[in-house]
Design a protein. Structure first.
Length: 132
């Protein structure tokens, strides 16, 4: 879903905000939040409060979310499920990155590296961190 949204929305912060709202089931009920709360709680400050607010504005302009602002309190947000599903139905070429099933050597090396890292015992984790 994340990769498909990236290709459709073309804006990383917008996709992160949509995913965070969907994880709170905002497509089924109104969610009370703030841009700051979403940035801190759901996105772990990976995206700033201002960026989240701008994403709220863009997503609202696209008709993907409905926002009810209450002065000096939380914002009430609902994901427009029908609009989002409609947007996700748009055809995309299967050769786009993340949609292609094509395998190449780097993917195999990365999978092996992750498997090795996961198999390390807790005592070995400190040496793995040094390697990163």
């Amino acid at each position: 879903l994340f990769i498909r949204l990236m290709h459709v929305l073309k804006k990383y912060t917008d996709v992160c905000v949509v995913m965070a709202l969907l994880s709170d089931q905002a497509d089924q009920k109104e969610v009370k939040t703030t841009a700051g709360e979403l940035a801190l709680r759901k996105l772990e400050t990976h995206i700033s409060r201002k960026e989240v607010q701008r994403s709220f504005d863009r997503l609202s302009d696209l008709g993907l979310i409905d926002i009810r602002v209450h002065a000096n309190t939380r914002t009430h947000v609902t994901v427009n499920r029908d609009a989002l599903l409609s947007m996700l139905r748009l055809p995309l070429p299967n050769r786009l990155p993340g949609l292609s099933a094509r395998e190449f050597p780097f993917l195999e090396a990365w999978a092996a590296d992750r498997a090795t890292a996961e198999s390390l015992s807790p005592a070995d984790e400190s040496s793995a961190q040094v390697l990163q």
